[in-house]
Design a protein around this ligand. Structure first.
Ligand SMILES: Nc1ncnc2c1ncn2[C@@H]1O[C@H](COP(=O)(O)OP(=O)(O)OP(=O)(O)O)[C@@H](O)[C@H]1O
Length: 310
């Protein structure tokens, strides 16, 4: 658990993070969202003391981070940034093994961990572990960057716009990889993004920053339904019904029965299902789960899920 209490950063005359307090539960993914310069990165970097707070404090599992040497904190907390920050003259395997090496893990354990992470990120270890970063695509480099941040099995992972530079298809894949890994290891993740869509998709809670202040800290459902200020509403944009639909899966709305045409996956979002209904002009779609037809989903139910929650 991360408890941020009255955290403040002042540079010269400017307060860039202003008495922000929030608690991130173990295994949660907190997405910090806001416009450029709103203080997102500074707030996040104060968690591992890459930036020293001017005042306020951060407790990790109850321990004040000021009592822990900064270098130890940075080893304990994974950190991944946009543009991955890989060491260009070290192989993929050496990059991923950086922190385990610093922690004195033996070679076999490091090699196992490197291969395990490469496999998790769907990069064949035999093919990738000895390559240099410039022999990878941007998306592959990004995945290696996240794998490196996870190498020493940190309980906490800080991510600064990790998917910002990726094209939409690779980005969606990288986001899903992150969610799968985060759930598997129950990692607490703090992720900075300027993209509300990404925050809604990934965040179990979203912290909205503006001008150094925390405007709202709530679940995606709460933020969409009840934005705290006009600015938060503006960040969410006009397509709130679709954002609501994107939060739930088809499996949550399956009913018994049949429908004609191409099935939709139970793991697809309600938004995808609604789009498919509209696009194909169908009132209902068959639902497929692991290769088996499990029922159908109908358009009227989908439309009801898009209504503003009361
Ligand atoms: N080392 C520094 N010295 C002085 N000002 C700084 C320093 N680091 C950041 N700032 C200022 O603090 C403010 C917040 O910066 P920060 O990087 O936290 O914003 P951000 O919300 O992450 O923005 P972006 O989305 O553009 O990365 C900005 O106005 C920035 O210019």
């Amino acid at each position: 658990m991360i408890e941020i209490q009255e955290l403040t950063k002042v540079y010269g005359q400017t307060t860039v993070v202003d008495r922000v307090s929030l608690t991130i539960g173990a295994g949660e993914l907190c997405a910090i969202v806001g416009t450029s310069g709103s203080g997102k990165t500074t707030l996040m970097r104060m968690v591992n003391r890459l930036v020293e707070p001017t005042s306020g404090k951060v407790l990790i599992d109850g321990q004040d981070t000021r009592e822990v040497p900064a270098y130890e904190l940075r080893r304990r907390i994974g950190y991944a940034i946009q543009g991955h920050g890989l060491f260009p003259h070290r192989t993929v395997g050496q990059n991923i093994g950086t922190v385990p090496h610093l922690l004195g893990w033996d070679k076999a354990r490091i090699a196992n961990r490197v291969d395990e992470l490469l496999s998790l990120f769907q990069l064949d270890p035999a093919q990738f572990r000895d390559r240099m970063p410039n022999e990878l695509s941007g998306g592959q480099q990004q995945r290696v960057g996240v794998a490196r941040a996870l190498a020493a099995e940190p309980n906490i992972l800080l991510m600064d716009e990790p998917f910002g530079a990726l094209d939409p298809v690779i980005r969606a894949k990288a986001q899903d990889d992150l969610l799968a890994i985060q759930r598997r290891f129950n990692t607490t993740v703090v992720l900075v993004t300027h993209d509300m869509e990404e925050a809604i998709h990934l965040g179990s809670r979203i912290a909205v920053m503006d001008g150094g202040e925390l405007l709202q800290y709530a679940t995606p459902e709460e933020i969409i339904a009840n934005p705290a200020t006009d600015f938060v509403a503006e960040l969410i944009g006009g397509d709130r019904p679709f954002r609501l639909l994107s939060l739930a899966k088809v499996s949550s709305l399956v009913e018994p029965g049949e429908a004609a045409g191409q099935p939709i996956a139970a793991t697809a979002s309600l938004r995808e299902a609604y789009a498919e209904c509209l696009w194909s002009g169908r009132e209902a779609l068959p639902v497929m789960d692991n290769g088996t037809l499990v029922g159908r989903i109908n358009r009227a139910d989908l439309a009801r899920c898009a209504v503003r929650p009361s």
